[in-house]
Design a protein. Structure first.
Length: 140
């Protein structure tokens, strides 16, 4: 029996290159929570510079989870997956721009003992949803 993968939005694209991440991080910080920050930059390319994004009709999303704040790879990957899942759900409310969700503080290892527990995933997801709500409020 073939397993169906969830359908990804055609409009949500992932940042891939260092230059794309740097451009998005150079943009404004549009929302913050205790552990995350959301950066955004417009997709319009200057005529004298090669374009970083092949289309301006999409929402671009990148996840930045530094080792400084999440020491274990399994934790970084779990946080990154949550970022992309919440981003997929919120992409219709995000403007056509490049966005980077950056982990800016670590989660307490005393409270979240396991590297990837359901409790940690739920806390990350709740805070990311709050981040997206703040970004929507800042947009209005």
């Amino acid at each position: 029996m073939e397993q169906q993968l969830p359908q990804r939005s055609d409009r949500l694209r992932r940042l891939k290159t260092r230059a794309q991440f740097q451009a998005a991080l150079a943009g404004a910080t549009v929302a913050r929570t205790p552990h995350f920050a959301l950066h955004r930059c417009a997709l319009e390319a200057r005529p004298d510079v090669a374009p970083l994004f092949d289309t301006t009709d999409d929402v671009w999303l990148g996840a930045m989870v530094p080792k400084r704040w999440a020491k274990r790879a399994v934790t970084r990957n779990a946080i990154r997956r949550q970022i992309y899942n919440v981003g997929d759900a919120a992409e219709t409310s995000l403007p056509h721009a490049a966005h980077v969700v950056r982990l800016r503080a670590g989660f307490d290892r005393k409270e979240f003992v396991s590297a990837t527990s359901e409790k940690l995933k739920a806390a990350v997801r709740a805070e990311l949803q709050q981040l997206m709500q703040r970004a929507r409020a800042a947009r209005s």
